[in-house]
Design a protein around this ligand. Structure first.
Ligand code: G4P
Ligand code: NA
Ligand code: NA
Length: 194
């Protein structure tokens, strides 16, 4: 997605060999026009897959997911990281391991928001090691529903998340794929290899 790549090159900062900071348009300040285009791009990649619902994770997954939900005409559910749901809800939960924090956290979705006949598009802002997307897929399976695909805004292709998710049989579509972040330089995967 060209506009997204331009934004990443112009406003993104390679903080280290592994971390890309994009708080000008995705993780802190949000660019609404870019989000509309991201929603359209996800629609183009997943229309025809009979998506009935989008599942994401708070907080940075929500903006791109809402725009994709608008484009595809389906509701958007976000998994919560904190136990802020009322106690009488029946929760679907999964564990997410964070490599950077070296801790495991539980994410949760009220079971009334996913039904067994759902065909779910999972969306997230970043794909690194695939832990978050995989936990969202676990929640979909707990509900007896189907993962129709996984849509990622920025894939760090030098980490193994995309490979792990594809090896598990998931259809992964990433709007920008980063080959490396070495020496403060942001390099995308060439389209030939993409
Ligand atoms: P990891 O071990 O797979 O790297 O994941 P980790 O749980 O450590 O990631 C922590 C947060 O950082 C996640 O967001 C994840 O989406 C995000 N993240 C991973 N790699 C990058 C990166 O290169 N750049 C940026 N900007 N973010 C990255 P989160 O904690 O769920 O936060 P949020 O959704 O509330 O923003
Ligand atoms: Na984040
Ligand atoms: Na995230």
């Amino acid at each position: 997605m060209e506009l997204l790549k331009e934004k990443i090159l112009n406003e993104g900062v390679a903080l280290s060999d592994t971390v890309l900071k994009v708080d000008h348009f995705l993780n802190h300040q949000i660019d609404p026009e870019l989000m509309v285009e991201i929603g359209q791009a996800f629609k183009e990649r997943f229309e025809g897959k009979n998506i009935t619902r989008i599942l994401t994770l708070e907080s940075s997954g929500i903006a791109p997911s809402v725009m994709a939900g608008l484009a595809l005409g389906v509701p958007v559910v976000f998994a919560r990281k904190r136990k802020s749901l009322t106690l009488d809800e029946n929760l679907l939960t999964a564990e997410v391991y964070s490599y950077t924090k070296q801790e495991t956290n539980t994410i949760a979705v009220a079971d009334k928001f996913i039904s067994s006949d759902d065909s779910i598009l999972i969306i997230d802002d970043f794909l690194a090691n695939g832990e978050a997307a995989n936990a969202l897929a676990d929640i979909v399976h707990l509900a007896g529903a189907r993962v129709a695909g996984i849509g990622i805004v920025i894939e760090k292709s030098f980490q193994d998340g995309a490979k792990k998710l594809k090896d598990r049989g998931y259809h992964v579509e990433s709007l920008a794929r980063i080959a490396s972040l070495s020496n403060g330089e942001i390099n995308f995967l060439s389209e030939v290899n993409a």
